[in-house]
Structure formats: structure tokens, C-alpha cells
Design a protein around this ligand. Structure first.
Ligand code: DGP
Length: 114
């Protein structure tokens, strides 16, 4: 599938406020923040969406969740709490075709989401 703006962020061709990086993943602040803390955690290898993930990606997806935990600690929302969201497909509200987790925190979040 065609690459997205996130590939350019991974290659540092366009700037992003990076919170954490390792060989497999990148975490950076969302341009369109919906909460005081709103960070995206993405795999460096493009998977278009959760629907495009396979059993071979299970370890990578697990790694991304541990990265979310690290990001929460780096940004000091690990005790107050936070929400992890992954939008998938049109009805899920996914706008960028490169799988990503949203980490939202820094305020009390309502449920259910819109
Ligand atoms: P989603 O709607 O779940 O696909 O989320 C995509 C998010 O990506 C959305 O919250 C806005 C964010 N975003 C889109 N383009 C950029 C960009 O160039 N830089 C950053 N930091 N975030 C972006």
C-alpha cells in the first residue's frame, strides 16, 4: 500500500515532536491533539491497519503496547491514567493508513467515545 505521512516522519523528512524511539517503533505528539497529552505510537514497518496485521505481527503489536507504557511514564500520566485507542477503517475513524495507537491523557476522558 502507498506510504503515508508517517513514513516521512519515521525518516525524519518532516518534523515531529518525538517522545520515544527504538528500532521497531516511534512515538510522537499528535498534530491535532484531543487531550493535553496525545501521542501516537507507530511501528516503523508499515502495516496499513489492524485489519492488515497477521499472526506474524503479534510480537510487534505487543512491543507497541509496552512502548505505550513507557510513553505514559515519560509523560507522567502513568499514575493519573490514560486511554489507548486504535482507530481501524472508515467507521473506526482511521484517517492515516499506517497502523497507530493513540495515547490520550492529562484530563478525565469521557466514555463512551463519540
Ligand atoms: P487516525 O484518525 O486514527 O488515523 O489518526 C491519525 C492522527 O494522525 C490524527 O489524530 C492526526 C495525526 N496526524 C496526521 N498527520 C500528522 C502529521 O503530519 N504529524 C503529526 N504529528 N500528526 C499527524
Amino acid at each position: 500500500m502507498p506510504e503515508t505521512i508517517f513514513s516521512k516522519i519515521i525518516r525524519k523528512e518532516i518534523p515531529a515532536k518525538i517522545v520515544y524511539e527504538d528500532d521497531l517503533s516511534l512515538a510522537f505528539h499528535d498534530l491535532n491533539a484531543q487531550a493535553p497529552i496525545h501521542v501516537l505510537v507507530i511501528p516503523k514497518r508499515q502495516i496499513d491497519s489492524l485489519e492488515h496485521a497477521s499472526e506474524e505481527d503479534a510480537k510487534l503489536l505487543g512491543h507497541l503496547q509496552i512502548v505505550l507504557q513507557k510513553v505514559a511514564r515519560i509523560l507522567n500520566v502513568h499514575e493519573s491514567g490514560y486511554r489507548v485507542v486504535m482507530n481501524c477503517g472508515r467507521d473506526g475513524g482511521q484517517s492515516v493508513g499506517h497502523l497507530h495507537y493513540h495515547l490520550l491523557g492529562g484530563r478525565t476522558l469521557v466514555w463512551p467515545p463519540g
